[in-house]
Design a protein around this ligand. Sequence first.
Ligand code: ZN
Length: 303
Amino acid sequence: MILPSRIRLCEVGLRDGLQNEPKILSVSEKLKLAEGLIEAGFKVIELGSFMSPKAVPQMADTDQLFRLLNNVEGVELRALVANKKGIERAIDCGCKKVKLNVSASKGHNLANINKTPRETVASFAENVDLAIKNGLEVSGSISMPFGSPWEGLIPIEDVEEIVEAYVEVGIMEISLSDASGMATPKQVYDICSSMQKKYPFVKWWLHFHNTRGMAIANIIAAMEAGITNFDTALGGTGGCPFVPGAAGNVSSEDVVHMMDEMGIDTGVDILKLIELSRGLLAELGHEGDSYILKAGRSKDLLK
Ligand code: ZN
């Protein structure tokens, strides 16, 4: 098995995790959590999103959080945006990195915004220009490239079309996001291998939800295909409002623990991370989806 010696994780709990929670954390609680994640060693953190506060009240204070945490040396703080208004908010609060998203499902896109995924990405051009002119970096995400509840498997040509549309508007960092939890390891290996071969200049990220227990296996498959950037969320928090029964993101502590045991460097301190996850779930008032929080580390058995 050929695996990398080091990988990079982006902690998405503050965005993907908290946006699905009925309990809204205060900006000071979020700040404490973000500082804890930085202290634990995360170099990339998705801090929030610039969406309509009416639609996503959990993320309404993302601007404030960026102002409080701005410019942490060596740490990339990114946010999800959907439109021009979001980019303007990002510029205004000093956010330096934004991520746009499109669903790979034609049915989903047409029903929601009456555009195909490719047309949606093409319509981002103006926003990307505005962001770049103001010194922001822009990345793109494709949700459900491994399958959607609307049409099942998505033909790889359709996903490639979206990748090409992103590249055309100047986005060279792309995340493949299994929000529906339908990806399988072989499919992940095949798609990641083919995408990297075809678009070697793109920086790839993989984002797995653990809806059907395959997220960890999918990460291994992606690593075997040469991918080294993954999103994870502490406590396995998260969900997806569009997908019935969607579970949270793969838990950060499960991923860091596995990498530690396999000698793959993540730069993250597992003990600090476990403490943060426990603290967050206690605050949210429910259990998470995390094996390590239940069972502890393998090493702890040897005491
Ligand atoms: Zn997600």
